[in-house]
Design a protein around this ligand. Sequence first.
Ligand code: AVI
Length: 320
Amino acid sequence: ATQQAMSLVEHDDDGVDPAFRADVLEGLSQGQKAIPARWLYDAAGSQLFEDITQVEEYYPTRCEREILTNCTSDLAELIGPGRAVVEFGSGSSVKTPLLLNAIDPAAYVPLDIAGDFLRAAAADLGRKFPDLPIFPLEADFMKAVKLPADVTAMPKLGFFPGSTIGNMVARSAVDLLRSMRETLGSDSCLLIGMDLIKDAKVLEAAYDDAAGVTAEFNRNLARRINRELDGSIPVDMLKHRAIWNDTFARIEMHLEAQGDLRFEVSGHDFTMQEGETIHTENSHKFDRRSQSTLLLAGGWTPKARWTDSKGQFSLILADA
Ligand code: AVI
């Protein structure tokens, strides 16, 4: 029983999110050019990310699926039935059936900024769970949202897999965790994936796969700017870079100019010198203590924690 998607995302007449234009023009004007990672996910970018989850070097998706497969009886016991599962940034919802089968929820609210992708995934899940009420919500999960009236009375479980929390700097991650608590209520719990610090070579390979899928995912941001913001970025002159930053415990994605470049975006001129980069994503990695610190700062108390058999990735259950 999939309901029609509700949309909380604003678009200009030309279909472009005005916040995208503002973020790009501001980001390209800084000393270190930087564009927020959320803009990587248009329809093409969302599909490329799905492709990344299939490449050999990208371990997080595989590891998280292994954890979810193995901890189902723990989840059933600790979470119990009758909750409304709210999935933040649900994307293709591929891990969701493992969770839904484990805990027997009362409703499912997938929330994603990519509307078309969200609707297709919700319809697909509706076919697998015909008796489960599904309320897709097109929204930016960085802000506290008002959930559909049908689920307000139910206790909630937030589901935030994939270590997407790692794509935020600590200040934003804490803001997000707090707004999730506001969205979900004080009797809720949160099941969150968090990637672990490991050998820099393994990390850099995971974010620079041999087949070049991650490189395409990164370059698609420049393509999107050209498509939606009337840009003339010479995309083929931008090289994908994935760099482990040990000080901040994060993988950084950059687009590096392969020569001196000059281009336009929305009528504004920009230049890049050879070797200069646009910083496009952070993917923070954690250890057990930094996970707890972050969750506690965001208003959540860790209750249980699982890792995969190789100790590469972890899933944490926390109480509001
Ligand atoms: C969505 N997010 C958790 C991914 C990550 O691993 O940080 C995005 C990604 N970027 C490059 N590869 C995957």
